[in-house]
Structure formats: structure tokens, C-alpha cells
Design a protein around this ligand. Structure first.
Ligand SMILES: C[S@@+](CC[C@H](N)C(=O)[O-])C[C@H]1O[C@@H](n2cnc3c(N)ncnc32)[C@H](O)[C@@H]1O
Length: 283
């Protein structure tokens, strides 16, 4: 009991970051309430539709990776797992010894290979919501054109502070629809019982858009939703800009355009107040 209170305090009450340390503690203390102990039923069904066994598949924030086990048992040869917890990754390396799989102890946001498919299972919801724009751009960059993200997203706002962090179909559609063709985005019909009715099964295909046109910038000086609205409006007025999405803590902005737009132009558009600054983000 004491240990549990300690863990809850670290993350929720004290607001410490959801970093490698946090996740490692969860695994070391077996505080893994999200773990299904089986391949996720909707993902199993989806995997069963895949015919090319050499397709390059990434499972970010893979946890105990039952999906990877299922993929390997079914002859898939191009599976990569990434997780930020070293304790977990060491366990996975042991579990999958001798099997054809790449297992990386890494931060998803620092990873730079190319994939045909990303499997999403309680990773997006484990991240601070301020990382959602970053997740969208990163996933876009990691996929080959025509590559897909498939998996599950919570379609519920949780009363308790996360993780997991919930959200709505509407906000996810807004976040992803310019970068991906949404092939499936509906309530999942075969979720596990406790999540029944509260998950969307998503399958989205990367659009044929150059990475020059999908950018993430670090922004500073925005302090309230009023400034957020002003900055969004000013950026949206620039020719060729199709979408501007400022993250929940006003530190990053995702910009999608139909033609490359110079950073100088973006800076000019927000220069109405000298407190606003914009810088390119490398990742
Ligand atoms: C809620 S758990 C879900 C695990 C697994 N997908 C499942 O459903 O059982 C979230 C996982 O994401 C990992 N994680 C969190 N942030 C990460 C990051 N930035 N890069 C890679 N893994 C991360 C955690 O270590 C943890 O294993």
C-alpha cells in the first residue's frame, strides 16, 4: 500500500515527468495495470488480415509485446519493438532470445527508421497529451508512403488524471486527417470487456505528402487560449498553410502546408507581439 501511494504521488500529484524513470519503476514494481497478458484481440484480428510476412512493423511503447509474439509465431520477419524502460527491454531480450526481431531500448521520439506499419496499443494514451502533435508528426515521418498506423485509441475522457490520458474521436480526426487517410476510425467491436465501447479501432494510411510540408516547431510566449487562438489565426492566414495545431501546453506547433513555407514567414506572422518565438524542432 505504501509503495502504491509513493508511485501515485510521483506522477500525478507532484506532476513529475512520465519519463524512462517513471516507466521503469512501473515495471520494477509490477504496476502494470494496462497489461492484457494476451495479444490484444482487435490487433490479433487485424494482424490476421496481413498477407506480406516481410512487412516492416514497429510497435512503439511495446510493453510485454504479446502482439510481437503473435507476429513471430505467424512468420513475420520485420518486427521492431521500442520501449523506454530498460527493465522491460532486458526482459524482452531474454524472452525473444534467438528469434528474428529487433528490440530497442529507446525513446520513440528519437527513433529514425522507416516502417510500413505501426501498431498502436495504449502507447498514445500513455504519453502526456502535450506530445500528441509530436506523435502525429513522428509517426508520419517513420512511415513509408502508404504505410499505416493501426490499433486502438481511447474514446473517453477519464475523470482521473492520466496515464492513461483519454480523448475524443473528434480531436483525433482533427490531429491526423491531413496527414493520413482514415480507413477505419470507429468504435471497436471486440475490445476487452473493461474497455468495451470506449475504444476506437483506427487504421490510417500515410498520405503521399513530402516531409517538408509537415513540420513541428517549438513555440514560446503563448500563455493562454486567447494567445493560442491569435497565433493559430495569424499562421493560418499565410498562403499555402492548411493546418496549424498548437499542443496542449503551448510549447509546440504542428504546421501542414501545400507548399514549403519559410520559417521567416512564420516568424513574421506572429511578430505582432515580441514575446512570441518560433524555432525549428529536430527529431
Ligand atoms: C501503458 S504502457 C503500454 C504497453 C503496451 N503497449 C501494452 O499495451 O501492454 C506504455 C508503454 O510505453 C512505454 N513508453 C512510454 N514513453 C515512451 C517513449 N517516449 N518511447 C518509448 N516507449 C515509451 C512505457 O515504458 C510502457 O511500456
Amino acid at each position: 500500500m505504501e509503495k502504491k501511494e509513493e508511485l501515485e504521488c510521483c506522477v500525478v500529484t507532484c506532476g513529475l515527468p512520465l519519463n524512462a524513470n517513471y516507466w521503469d519503476n512501473q515495471y520494477q514494481n509490477n504496476e502494470t495495470g494496462w497489461d492484457l497478458h494476451q495479444v490484444s484481440p482487435p490487433l490479433k484480428l487485424f494482424i490476421d488480415t496481413l498477407t506480406d510476412k516481410n512487412v516492416r512493423i514497429l510497435i512503439p511503447g511495446c510493453g510485454n509485446a504479446y502482439e510481437a509474439e503473435y507476429l513471430l509465431d505467424n512468420g513475420f520477419t520485420g518486427v521492431t519493438l521500442i520501449d523506454i524502460s530498460s527493465t522491460l527491454v532486458n526482459r524482452l531480450k531474454e524472452k525473444f532470445t534467438g528469434r528474428p526481431i529487433q528490440i530497442l531500448h529507446a525513446d520513440f521520439f528519437d527513433h529514425n527508421e522507416k516502417y510500413d506499419l505501426i501498431l498502436e496499443q495504449t502507447f498514445f494514451c500513455a504519453l502526456n497529451p502535450s506530445l500528441r502533435e509530436r506523435y502525429a508528426v513522428k509517426s508520419f515521418n517513420l512511415l513509408n508512403t502508404g504505410g499505416r498506423i493501426a490499433g486502438l485509441l481511447f474514446n473517453i475522457i477519464f475523470e482521473k488524471e492520466g496515464p492513461p490520458f483519454g480523448g475524443t474521436k473528434e480531436e483525433y480526426v482533427k490531429l491526423f486527417e491531413l496527414l493520413f487517410t482514415l480507413k477505419q476510425f470507429d468504435t471497436c467491436h471486440n475490445s476487452i470487456k473493461p474497455r468495451q465501447g470506449n475504444e476506437l479501432f483506427i487504421e490510417m494510411e500515410k498520405k503521399n505528402i513530402s516531409t517538408d510540408l509537415v513540420k513541428l516547431y517549438a513555440v514560446s510566449g503563448i500563455t493562454c487560449s486567447g494567445c493560442k487562438k491569435t497565433i493559430t489565426g495569424n499562421l493560418m492566414k499565410i498562403e499555402n498553410i492548411e493546418m496549424v495545431s498548437i499542443n496542449s501546453d503551448f510549447t509546440e506547433v504542428m504546421v501542414v502546408s501545400s507548399q514549403p513555407v519559410a520559417l521567416k514567414k512564420l516568424r513574421e506572422a506572429i511578430a505582432s507581439d515580441s514575446k512570441y518565438h518560433l524555432n525549428e524542432t529536430k527529431f
